[in-house]
Design a protein around this ligand. Structure first.
Ligand code: AMP
Ligand code: MG
Length: 329
């Protein structure tokens, strides 16, 4: 049995998770940076937040009754993609543990970790993944040794779109849950741009139009309802085509926006029409967390994908489709 400690710090959350090779989470702690009202995530302020809480979180992990620090076999960290200054905080903590505990260091791709933890907890084998979060929106599936991105946003991620709209509407961050709640109060559809280009999609035109219509006097709940119907519809269309093309029989929804019940419902209906099983990642590991980094670290450790310190620089633009995946065949 091996144990890995994983560190997540790509954006708003500093998380540390410890997991064993049976997939049991031994510890999961995190602190999330909340932007000031009316603002977005300021990278430097988020990084300062992570530095501020790093010692406290490490201490909590150290004091766990489930294991000893000396039982940990590997240390993994989110190497990218993400905000450079935030990624560097996680990298510094990981390098320090690597040297003080004298254990191998593993660099994990954050998007890959969202997928692998979803597969673990849902027991999905080879899904089309709908990865929807504050910082990413991609439709991904495994093919020929790698995860391929079948479709993705051409501009802003869907979670970011919901957050910016909410900010303009004077709702508190994070916006996604507020939009979902208000959308339930309406069934009046207000037309908004639906932008799917090939297999990619775009949310910025939709965002601008929604803000303009709100300012022109449309009701907030009607706009929330319509934003969800249009943006989720775009995701479902591209996922459906990826599913039909690959003939896979599973759909896995992951990332922070996966909490949205309307998105879950729409994807489930589509998946079942294709005879596919729909899975959604459990809430505990849906948002950014250290356990997903630790789990992916263990998968990589089986193939001795270890880093030397001078190879451990952060990769803010690292794409999932650049990585060879030896553990799936
Ligand atoms: P992540 O980046 O994966 O941590 O996810 C954070 C994003 O998920 C933010 O943009 C939130 O607004 C969004 N989010 C969280 N809960 C919901 C929800 N119920 N509906 C839509 N978006 C949500
Ligand atoms: Mg994420």
């Amino acid at each position: 049995m091996k144990i890995c400690l994983g560190i997540e710090s790509t954006a708003h959350t500093l998380g540390i998770g410890v997991i064993n090779s049976e997939g049991k989470i031994l510890k999961q702690v995190q602190k999330t940076f909340i932007p000031e009202i009316g603002g977005g995530i300021h990278p430097r302020k988020a990084a300062e937040h992570h530095f501020k809480y790093a010692r406290e979180l490490i201490k909590e992990v150290k004091n766990s009754n489930n294991f000893n620090l000396k039982d940990i076999n590997y240390v993994a960290f989110s190497q990218g993609p993400g905000l450079g200054v935030c990624l560097r905080v996680g990298a510094v903590i990981a390098r320090t543990l690597h040297q003080t505990l004298n254990i191998p260091l593993i660099g994990v791709n954050h998007c890959l970790a969202h997928l692998e933890i979803g597969k673990l907890f849902c027991d999905a084998k080879d899904p089309i993944c709908v990865y929807t979060s504050g910082g990413n929106t991609q439709i991904i599936g495994f093919d020929g040794g790698r995860y391929r991105v079948f479709g993705e946003t051409l501009d802003i991620p869907i979670g970011n779109m919901l957050d910016v709209f909410s900010r303009e509407a004077h709702l508190q961050h994070p916006g996604g849950p507020k939009v979902e709640k208000l959308a339930k109060l309406s069934n009046k559809f207000v037309e908004l741009p639906y932008t799917v280009k090939g297999m990619d999609f775009s949310f910025s035109g939709l965002l601008t139009a929604a803000i303009n219509k709100l300012e022109a006097g449309e009701k907030l709940e009607d706009m929330c309802f319509s934003i969800q119907e249009v943006s989720f519809g775009m995701l479902v269309e591209v996922t459906e085509r990826a599913l039909a093309h690959t003939e896979k029989n599973e759909v896995l929804l992951t990332g922070g926006v996966a909490a949205n019940l309307r998105l879950q419902e729409m994807l489930k209906i589509m998946a079942e029409e294709h005879g596919a099983t729909f899975y959604v990642v459990p809430k505990q590991v849906a948002g950014d967390n250290g356990a997903m980094i630790a789990w992916t670290g263990l998968l990589q450790a089986n193939y001795r994908q270890f880093l030397k310190i001078d190879e451990s620089n952060v990769l803010p633009k690292w794409r999932i489709d650049e990585i060879e995946i030896p553990w799936i065949n």
